[in-house]
Design a binder for this molecule. Structure first.
Ligand SMILES: [Zn+2]
Length: 508
């Protein structure tokens, strides 16, 4: 069986994720479901990144221990992932004991082989916040957290010799054009970061305690890079001393999905860590764009944060999944406001999908007592619709293979719109008035039901519960993607089940 390992980045447990932070898990879920339906054995990993100074500070503010703080937030994040109806196989945490143990071993190995050395970290220190900042993190020369003055300071730290692997990585990226997606990001990584030369990366800190201690130097905790990035291997059985069967089965990952803001860490730091461990690199890293509020970045200070669970309470999970998957393009940012969500639900989900399925099923009930009719006389208008339906799976496959998820949905909705037009063209209510055209009416309704069947099967990765409602009503047993390539696969003479309500128009 073909295998597919897909991961999201692990979410930082510093606060509740907003709808933009929720996009990635939904995107990953759509791809994971699609691969399963296409016959792959899938391993889908997500989870939480739980260490670091920010969490230490936030826990102190909240008057709880860092462990309690991350326990709560990790649960909250998992709850939202579950609300979004996502089918991850494993939810990992960087505070898992096994992860911590293996990360310590990785750090030790890299130190022993000379990739990591002890040096001095120079930066800016904010005394009230007890925080180190790099030059670029400063806000007009002031502390980005409290806006106070900072002073230059240094601390002892461990560094990773990034430059040692830089040419090897450039070579790898050039030989594997599919490695970094979208392509514009690949050029950005090579031209802006790799070609000018990599600086050694600071991989430990002594300024805070909430992290995995360096096993041979307890004053230091391992900084985010080696801790967080290693989650992709520590949770599938990687160990420095041996390679487990599970690890050999799943590594290298097929796809790391990450936000465009952290693509550098995943396409430069992570591959170099893997090269140093003598492990193969993941096959592909996709840096997806962001979801903006209107044209702005969502942020607490702007007061424009939208949460996924609030939207799902109001509009249902499939409507929000559809919005996220359809509205965020492959490489440019998407936009969300509640008005836009309502518009999209009305135009696509209620008017096109809901309307088509409701109309078709109620006509079958009215004219054929709910029994799927036989195919009778065929006309040229049928052949055009059939042709569109016949090509649909191939079109969806092509879009999905190129991670053009929104465009895959567009292809399905194009066919749904054509079905609505087919109703207007064939006018079943006119055919129903004439006893001589009952068998022609049967053809029309059969064609509609069969087109809806194909669309419902193909909608499974994106809107799983909507698809299930339609498939249940139509008594579709084989819901595999392969069955979307079959024609006239509904059994005439079978009675339809009642359709659970799909989407209603929402008045603003
Ligand atoms: Zn400060």
């Amino acid at each position: 069986m073909k295998k597919f390992y897909i991961s999201t980045a692990i979410a930082y447990t510093s606060g509740k994720p907003h709808i933009g932070n929720t996009y990635e898990i939904v995107l990953a879920d759509a791809i994971a479901r699609y691969k399963r339906l296409s016959g792959y054995e899938v391993y889908f990993q997500t989870g939480t990144d739980e260490h670091g100074e920010k969490i230490e500070l936030k826990a102190r503010e909240a008057g709880v221990s860092p462990q309690e703080f991350v326990d709560n937030l990790s649960l909250e994040i998992k709850r939202i992932w579950d609300i979004m109806d996502t089918t991850y196989d494993k939810f990992v945490r960087t505070t898992d004991k096994n992860h911590e143990k293996v990360v310590q071993k990785i750090f030790k190995k890299l130190y022993d082989q000379g990739d990591i050395y002890k040096g001095e970290y120079k930066g800016w220190y904010c005394t009230p916040c007890e925080s180190f900042w790099t030059e670029t993190q400063l806000n007009d020369g002031l502390c980005p957290d409290c806006n106070r003055k900072v002073h230059q300071t240094s601390e002892e730290a461990y560094f990773f010799r990034m430059s040692k692997y830089q040419d090897k990585l450039i070579d790898y990226i050039n030989k594997h054009p599919e490695f970094i997606q979208p392509e514009a990001r690949k050029n950005e990584m090579i031209n802006n970061f790799l070609r000018p030369g990599l600086q050694d990366l600071c991989v430990s800190r002594t300024s805070f305690k909430w992290g995995i201690p360096v096993s041979f130097d307890q004053d230091h905790v391992i900084y985010v890079w080696i801790d967080a990035l290693s989650n992709y291997i520590t949770n599938i059985g990687y160990d420095v001393d041996f390679q487990s069967e599970e690890f050999n089965k799943w590594w290298p990952a097929d796809l790391h999905l990450v936000g465009k803001d952290i693509i550098r860490f995943h396409t430069i730091y992570w591959p170099i860590i893997l090269m140093a461990l003598d492990l193969p690199l993941p096959k592909q890293i996709f840096g997806h764009p962001w979801l903006l509020f209107g044209n702005d970045k969502m942020s607490k200070s702007k007061g424009n944060i939208i949460y996924a669970d609030d939207l799902v309470d109001k509009y249902g999970v499939d409507a929000i999944r559809y919005y996220l998957l359809h509205e965020i393009p492959f490489s440019s940012d998407g936009s969300i406001t509640e008005d836009l969500v309502v518009e999209r639900i009305n135009s696509d989900l209620a008017n096109v999908l809901g309307n088509l399925v409701n109309r078709t099923i109620s006509m079958v009930k009215k004219y054929f007592n709910g029994i799927i009719p036989e195919i009778g006389p065929i006309e040229s208008v049928d052949l055009i619709l059939k042709e569109d339906v016949r090509n649909l799976k191939q079109k969806v496959d092509l879009k999905m293979d190129n991670l053009k998820i929104g465009e895959a949905l567009d292809e399905i909705f194009k066919v749904l719109r054509k079905c609505n037009k087919y109703i207007d063209d064939t006018m079943p209510w006119v055919l129903a008035k004439d006893n001589n055209s009952i068998s022609r009416l049967g053809t029309v309704l059969y064609n509609l039901l069969d087109a809806i069947r194909v669309c419902a099967i193909l909608l499974q990765p994106f809107m799983p519960s909507t698809s299930k409602k339609i498939c249940t009503s139509l008594n579709i047993e084989d819901r595999s993607f392969a069955s979307a390539d079959k024609e006239n696969d509904l059994n005439s003479g079978i009675i339809l089940n009642d359709l659970e309500p799909l989407f209603m128009r929402i008045s603003k």
